[in-house]
Design a protein around this ligand. Sequence first.
Ligand code: DQA
Length: 154
Amino acid sequence: MTAPASLPPITPPSPKQIGILNGPNLNLLGLREPEIYGSKRFEHYLHELRNLFPNVEILYKQSNHEGELIDQLHSWGFSLDGIVCNAAAYTHTSIALADAVRAIQAPVVEVHISDIRNRESYRQISYLRPYCVHHITGKGLAGYAEAIQHLIQG
Ligand code: DQA
């Protein structure tokens, strides 16, 4: 049976788009302090994440530069469905990054691989946290999967 001409065509829902933004020194995951951050390269984990969420388009950016991270938040922040952000050391120092998270529309989940609550006192402060919809710390790389799950459920 053919549909009447007046009905609009049925289009499948477009996949959710989630951006993962990693900050300084996270390009060295797998090499850097493996006793704290593990021995897996993020590129390998990204492959696993994409298999884990076949219906989500996962974009990825890592930068060691504060301004580039801010530019990426601006660029993703008005079009994507959500952002997973590990701002690394900028978490503890950058009001500019926190302002960018405040300024954008996309919900942001803050992730830390290590448990920053149980590390040096200067890691206890997160300037981003008040503007994030959720935060995950100390769950290793699995924290990124949990963050994506949170964003696609929400
Ligand atoms: C980190 C924790 C930060 O304190 C640190 O500067 C990092 C990584 C984490 O994922 O555990 O670079 O964000």
